[in-house]
Design a protein around this ligand. Sequence first.
Ligand code: NAD
Length: 437
Amino acid sequence: MERPTKIAPAKGKLGVLTPGMGAVSTTFMAGVELARTGKAVPVGSLTQLGTIRLGKRTEGKTPAINKFVPLANLKDIVFGGWDIFKDDAYQAAVNAGVLSQDHLAASKKFLSKIKPMKAAFDPEFVKLINGPNVKKGKTKYDLALQLKDDIKNFAKANKVDRMVACWCGSTESYIKPNAIHQTPEKFVEAMKKNHAAIAPSMLYAWACVTSGVPYANGSPNLSVDIPAIQKLAVQEGVAIAGKDFKTGQTLMKTVLAPAFKARMLGVEGWFSTNILGNRDGEVLDDPGSFKSKEETKLGALEHILQPDLYPQLYGNMHHKVRIEYYPPRGDNKEGWDNIDIKGWLDYPMQIKIDFLCRDSILAAPIVLDLVLFLDLAQRAGMKGIQEWLSFYFKAPMTAPKLYPEHDLFIQSMKLKNTLRWMKGEELITHLGHEYYD
Ligand SMILES: NC(=O)c1ccc[n+]([C@@H]2O[C@H](COP(=O)([O-])OP(=O)(O)OC[C@H]3O[C@@H](n4cnc5c(N)ncnc54)[C@H](O)[C@@H]3O)[C@@H](O)[C@H]2O)c1
């Protein structure tokens, strides 16, 4: 990939579309509104609070990221979305039970105006919920064309300059990519024939990419993670990223596992369990949807610890992940990890983590960063998979045959070096030998 020589300025309005207007999406929308009106701090957002070091450690040059690269201003964002329920964003935020009464009251007027467009939905893929706000069409292709119309109409009605989409819908049942997912042509044929292996999230992905709208996938669904859509993204010059927001337990895994490996400490087993009671938890109670989540949650440790390279340390590791739907907790998930590690001469030790987190509070800043960075990538002419955004995902998408980088600190370095590269700044390798000349 060539270095961008020019990044178009972020002028005009940026439309942000979320398929799915539930807990994550409405917490994100409300948070942006509260931040841009000075009522709250966007904690957790690298684009809003992060800085980037340039040049040598002695130069003292660390601009804010949003001053260093031309990101859209929060004031220029307009929101839209789709959902199978008719609730506007305020009612959906009330139902989600994430935000305090104060925050809900402060964003009520703004959120109430965001009404969901009719969803492309298929109960075969999300079994435990169903809603009335859904599109009708003879084929999946008809539904996808209706989504394209929605995108066009939203742009016109809101006079937006550019758009970005981020899937914040439910986790769909697990499917494996097959022949119809391999090329854009086969994919269109399959949509026309109502093929069973085309999930609604793929229809949104296709509609966005063919409308020139960058797309991030916040769930474990395949969505943009199939060759057909990836090829299309390159053909159409559209930036895409995925998949599954890295928020709580996997964030911790991708911090701790690199530390164990760096110190050559062994891992015998890692047992992770969660209780959560939001709608996401309800959907994940279906074995098909849980299987999708399990796949993205399990991958990280294998890739970080590389048991094939270190069989004595990680060759017999037992890794288990459980999620239990437990309504009393709502969005306030509790995640426990028991880690059996071993040290010098194989002596066993244990580490216990009890993370009392808030799912959507962790996910909302990720949505914000993803839409702003994808919009930046698009203006810089960067197309196809944006691997530098792996930092935000449980199962980062990569070019074929590449293994994904899961280590949070490698991902963070990759992200910041990509920003330096885009701007023609020297990359930081941390070698530092020049300080000792
Ligand atoms: N919160 C986190 O920490 C976190 C982390 C990683 C991934 N995720 C993923 O983010 C997604 C959203 O999570 P959430 O907590 O907001 O869930 P949620 O259940 O509150 O919201 C999802 C919304 O999507 C809607 N929906 C389902 N299928 C749809 C379709 N085909 N078209 C349009 N809308 C549809 C549902 O009606 C629901 O309102 C889930 O897939 C979840 O697995 C969340």
